[in-house]
Ligand binder design. Structure first.
Ligand code: FAD
Length: 630
């Protein structure tokens, strides 16, 4: 029976007595409630908890519709432009006619995108979130508490927030559990990866904690009824559930996740399961909210385990090749012909011989694209736990093989093949995300399946030799050809922290953006090129040596450029926008790197993609940011 049907059944069960009670309730103020009044008020609360889900379903439906329309639009543009280019047509350059029906909506969109997604709120307002994330957080809390209070007010009966708050907290269970799942239906419907939806998991969990606190405090203030006193099962299970939730809440703070992730995860899983059991027994009439939570959790684990067994063919030994490519960076190659993934997706690696907790799993972005060999390549930067143990294990043996299990792929791939020009900005191992997209565009170019005419990778690294991390993949891809796509690979050698590691969501407070003044324009390419767009020029021998040291072959050397200092992103982006064609979906910028780099990129996009410039006919710029965390 559906939840709504249950609510209706509850109302129906009250029968005629309720109708009579309603009439008399109008006269009641603070006197004891009749059974019929109580039942009717309960049905009213249940309605509130269910209406909240109608709102959620409506929003999910709207987001899904936007997602599907976006996919269709991208498909149409990609096919149209790719067919034109295949037929030999050159891209159309110049600007769109200003102020017309085309540029006005685009200018409005640029204004909206910059305000909602590209700019981040100042750090003193909690965290560096976008306005869109802040909006969804506040809207969700508003809807939940709104329906909670609506459920507390019934006709002119006395206000009762104790039980409505209990009900609101229980009705969060499916969403809290569902949003934490890797195999997440909402992600597939809306196109927003589960790791990006994680902020809503935390929001729903906070609503749950807040409503449980209000539920408990109100009962404590009012005094327990005699049939539910401190010796009753309701009380004991309630206190158990509340205690478990408190432990989960206190061990979920960012600092705990950063310092002891495995402990956080273990406590999270064990105490959430204990919470679900306790809350199930606390108030059985509402335990239909617990079942969906248990179901979603079980389904997620079942699907994850099934993928693990199938992808790794667990009936064999599953090896990997691990190379120490730098003092702190590992390249892991696993051969799993059954693993199918799209650019930007990640997978969880388990290496029981290295793990602290035997089956601990860690997510890493797959740096290459499927090429028929079944090889998936990962780049791992050593932190302090599992990854450090792996580096230590390899310290004496620079290339070894360790039993590895892969679960994935996860995350929703962000396709870029309908844009005319793509600028991929990376710092440190954030290159895994950028490289997979670069290789995917090159492959699509080769196959005549992309609208992209120019793709540029800007990678900030501390040392030119870091190019070796990705050189084998680049060499093969460039040598195989990119069709009509012009490729530029710009290495910016910073020899500083600025090239550091990708930001982790929620961990952004500890690094400040470097001042703009530290950026140096891209003028020191050994090839003499100012920006790295010219592929045809001959390299002087110093450059040849540099390419050799970086492990790049002759083909890759024709598109690679080395620069000293940090990339000047506004300058680079402006150049790409000016050189872009107008027959595809404009220019796209994607970044994966440390906080300072992500903030620089955001600033560059806001400056170049001003609504005034777009109104005047400039190609619009869209933006995407990837983080290594949730
Ligand atoms: C979607 C995604 C893609 C990623 N891709 C890459 C990549 O391509 N290359 C790369 O070097 N790193 C990547 N990371 C980061 C990588 O997962 C962590 O650096 C790694 O798990 C750290 O393990 P550790 O035990 O050595 O870390 P610790 O020293 O214990 O912790 C270091 C940091 O990693 C986080 N962390 C630890 N374990 C996990 C875990 N199981 N899940 C999520 N976060 C964890 C901690 O919160 C902490 O902030 C990615 C992370 C995510 C979420």
């Amino acid at each position: 029976m559906s939840l709504y049907a249950r609510a209706n059944a509850t109302v129906a069960a009250t029968g005629t007595a309720v109708k009579n009670a309603t009439a008399s309730a109008a006269k009641t103020t603070t006197t004891a409630l009749t059974k019929a009044q109580k039942l009717q008020r309960t049905a009213h609360r249940i309605d509130g908890a269910i209406y909240k889900w109608y709102v959620i379903a409506g929003v999910v439906f709207a987001l899904s519709a936007v997602y599907v329309l976006g996919l269709l639009r991208a498909l149409v543009i990609r096919r149209r432009v790719a067919a034109k280019r295949k037929a030999g047509a050159t891209p159309t350059y110049g600007t769109t006619k200003a102020g017309g029906l085309t540029t006005a909506p685009r200018a409005l969109k640029a204004l909206y995108d910059n305000a909602a997604y590209v700019r981040v709120l100042p750090l003193y307002l909690y965290q560096r979130t976008t306005l869109a994330e802040a909006f969804w957080t506040i809207a969700y809390i508003g809807v939940c508490l709104g329906f909670g209070f609506w459920g507390s007010i019934f006709r002119n009966l006395p206000l009762d927030i104790a039980n409505p708050m209990g009900l609101i907290s229980m009705s969060q269970i499916p969403l809290v559990v569902g949003l934490a799942s890797r195999n997440n239906v909402l992600s597939y419907l809306t196109g927003i990866g589960y790791e990006k939806l994680n902020f809503l998991h935390r929001t729903a969990a906070r609503v749950m904690v807040l409503s449980v606190a209000l539920h408990a405090l109100t009962w404590a203030h009012r005094g327990l009824p005699t049939d539910n006193n401190i010796h009753s099962d309701v009380f004991k299970w309630g206190v158990s559930a509340g205690s478990c939730l408190l432990v989960v809440f206190l061990t979920s703070f960012a600092i705990v996740r950063r310092v002891a992730y495995e402990a956080f995860l273990f406590i999270h899983i064990v105490f959430v399961l204990m919470f679900l059991v306790a809350v199930y027994h606390h108030y059985e009439p509402y335990n239909y909210w617990v079942w969906p939570g248990l179901f979603l959790w079980g389904l997620d684990r079942f699907v994850g385990f099934a993928r693990l067994v199938l992808v790794n063919k667990l009936w064999f030994r599953s090896n990997s090749t691990i190379e120490l490519v730098d003092t702190d960076v590992l390249r892991v190659t696993v051969n799993r012909p059954l693993l199918r993934w799209s650019p930007g997706q990640h997978a969880f690696l388990t290496m029981p011989q290295v793990a602290g907790l035997r089956y601990e799993q860690h997510p890493f972005t797959i740096a290459n694209v499927p090429d028929g060999t079944g090889n998936a390549v990962f780049l791992l930067r050593a932190q302090n736990g599992f990854t450090r143990r792996l580096v230590n294990k390899l310290a004496d043996d620079v290339s070894t093989s360790i039993n590895t299990y892969v679960e994935g792929p996860y995350g929703i791939s962000h396709d870029m093949n309908h844009y005319d020009s793509v600028l991929l900005v990376a710092g440190g191992t954030g290159v895994t995300f950028a490289l997979s997209h670069l290789l995917s565009i090159i492959k699509a170019g080769r196959e005549g399946k992309t609208a992209v005419s120019h793709v540029r990778l800007v990678w900030n690294v501390r040392d030119a030799s870091h190019a070796r991390w990705i050189a084998p993949l680049l060499n093969d891809a460039i040598a195989a050809g990119a069709g009509g796509v012009s490729v530029s690979i710009d290495f910016y050698i910073t020899r500083s922290e600025a090239s550091g590691e990708p930001e982790e969501k929620g961990h952004t407070a500890d690094r400040d953006p470097a001042p703009d003044a530290t950026d140096s324009p891209a003028t020191t390419s050994p090839s003499g090129s100012s920006t790295g767009v010219d592929q045809e020029e001959e390299k002087p021998s110093a450059s040849d040596k540099l390419m050799l040291a970086a492990g790049l072959n002759a083909a890759a050397a024709t598109v690679a450029h080395f620069h000293n200092g940090r990339s000047h992103l506004e300058h680079i982006l402006r150049e790409d926008v000016d050189a872009s064609a107008v027959d595809a979906a404009g220019v796209h910028v994607a970044v994966c790197g440390p906080t300072s780099l992500a903030l620089d990129t955001r600033r560059a996009v806001c400056k170049v993609n001003s609504s005034v410039a777009v109104l005047r006919g400039q190609n619009p710029v869209t933006f995407y940011s990837e983080t290594f965390g949730w």
